[in-house]
Design a protein around this ligand. Sequence first.
Ligand code: ADP
Ligand code: MG
Length: 709
Amino acid sequence: MSDDPLLTSVQFVKGVGPVRAELLARLDLRTVTDLLFNLPRDYLDLTQVSEVDDLREGELQTVRGRVVDMDGKTLRDGRTICAVLLDCGRDYARGVWFNSTWVLKKFQHNQLLMFSGKPKRNARRWEFSHPRVQVLDDDDSEAHGGVLPRYGLTEGLRMHEMRRVMRQAVEEFSEFVPDPLPESFRHELKLPRVNEALRMVHLPTSIEQAERGRHRLVFDDLLEFQLGLALRRRVFHKQSTAPKLPTTAKIDARIRRLLPFELTAGQNKSIREICADIDSGLAMHRLLQADVGAGKTVVAIYAMLVAIAAGWQAVLMAPTELLASQHWQTVERLLSQSRVQRVLLTGQLSTAERQRALNGIRTGDVQLIVGTQAVIQKDVSFAKLGLVVIDEQHKFGVVQRAHFSSGGSSPHTLVMTATPIPRSLCLTQFGDLDLSVIDELPPGRQKITTSKVTSEPLRAKAWNFVRDKLRSGRQAYVVCPRVGDDDQSRDIELVAPALVADTIPASPSMATAEQVYRQLQSGELRGFTLGLVHGRMDRDERNATMEAFRRGEIQLLVATTVVEVGVDVPNATLMVILHAESYGLSQLHQLRGRIGRGQFSGYCFLFSDSETPEATARLQALESTSSGFEIAEADFRLRGPGDVLGLRQHGDLPLRVADLLRDQAVLPDARAAAFDLVQSGAVDSPEFAPLKVLVIERFGKLFDIVGSG
Ligand code: ADP
Ligand code: MG
């Protein structure tokens, strides 16, 4: 046993013992500290439950009872209505939902539920229309009154047992938890002491109190994380000198002459921010965020050319071979008249080619390098690396960011995300970077009209529309989630990693690209010229089909998400996405970014049979906005941070109690406080030593800030 009571094994908490300790270990609860910081996932506020007799029309109220009847029917106007009847003891209450048949699948007979909402008296019965529903555990039925915390459980561990263990842990140990924040600081921010906060969350007397307690614990968690980021930034700036890469008027003019278009205001602003950074003598660490198609690549190339003009090398690194070769094509196009020495470095080079490239990089003859992770292998050494651009799937982020070094000085780093990411994720995953945003598209982009297509008549109408447009000379994509019959997965090798994580596994009931291709050819689109591309075709065949589509010889391309990247056919203005509910929002947004690139407006049809509120809300978000930034926020609200980032494990976001979605509002305050502490130097004062120790303990290794002053 440890001397520190907080490290006591859960087994020694009164009432636990070896058997329960094992169950708790399954929930990753091993020490008393783990228990104390295992916050309830929510609360049951039984202080607010009304008896049915006492309900008042039109006021927000809650009832509790068991499901005794459920039914659904279709009304004359075509709407469906579902009803769930609760036996609340002295009387019954009914919940009703329109066009929501999922309700009948979600709830079960005899289940204990709470309805919250504003009830109405209807045919002598109290009725809640679309109430908020909480599903109670059977254990909860014994409870009378009070505010009950509800914890995550595991098989064999019941809610009332868990509550007893938690109560015990709090009563016995919370007083030992030291407060890392100086009292004056706490007062200023009106935060309760940590051990008070722990009582408030686990043994609350009201919901407000529980929330106040949670706020303190979440604030600490986020403050410590942000302090880690702020210290990391300080290390960036202290530790290394970086080359000064000036942009003179002459250099600027020379670069702009290479571009076939005027830069947008957003691009110019980002370029100014980057140029100021790389000319400052301190290493740049900047994130460039932009909507799909906003033109990040040319901003990156501009910066690389500035570095090269100053006599340094520049690297552009992409997460996949496909994206790397796409960037390479852009570079080749823009630099066709330029003498800049450049190579594409991917895993596909022959040994001799690779050797030649590496030699050039080592001697400095090669000035500009585009590549995949192949550019950070050990055998790659740079003569004089000045700038690294990482075109990144947001999956990487603060933790796994690549490290480059070249002699004594660090190169400047520019990170670009593939799609906009929600603000709160940005402040955590990329919170150590400065931010540049391009929030406008180049001029001349066409409007894209997006529509959900959820019934047979609407599908017929959509195909009609597609046929009309094809006849008038436009081209179309049909996107399917699956490739072929023997294949249950998606086109993995061609899609960037974060986008794979972004999708929900394809179910075998979904039509495959091959089936869709055959069906359309003999059905809806008979007489039109169709093509098929997917990731399991060989490269030459796929390229040939793509090329034919680009030349207009193929009118409609049936494809898997291969089209997401790399295709730019201005005449293609239509897109039909099948099983749209199975994609992430950002991915759908990226897909539809393929159309509306020429002089004609784009039309995107989202085919879906799914009626769940989640699917409906997601597709509606796409219908109602074309801003990638808004879509990112909506995706985040609907799916949570793990899914948006493509993180499957909670541990990938190193937070202890904060939930980025639920606790978003706390983040800006915690961040401001953390950056203030570092900027003012207060973090180095003895008063804040306990906090700093804690931060280094938690994040020192992860953020590379061990021993930072
Ligand atoms: P993303 O930000 O999604 O990476 P890209 O860099 O791929 O966007 O640019 C999308 C397309 O827009 C490219 O075809 C690019 O040539 C074009 N483009 C970029 N900037 C401009 C501009 N200022 N005016 C016109 N076209 C532009
Ligand atoms: Mg791009």
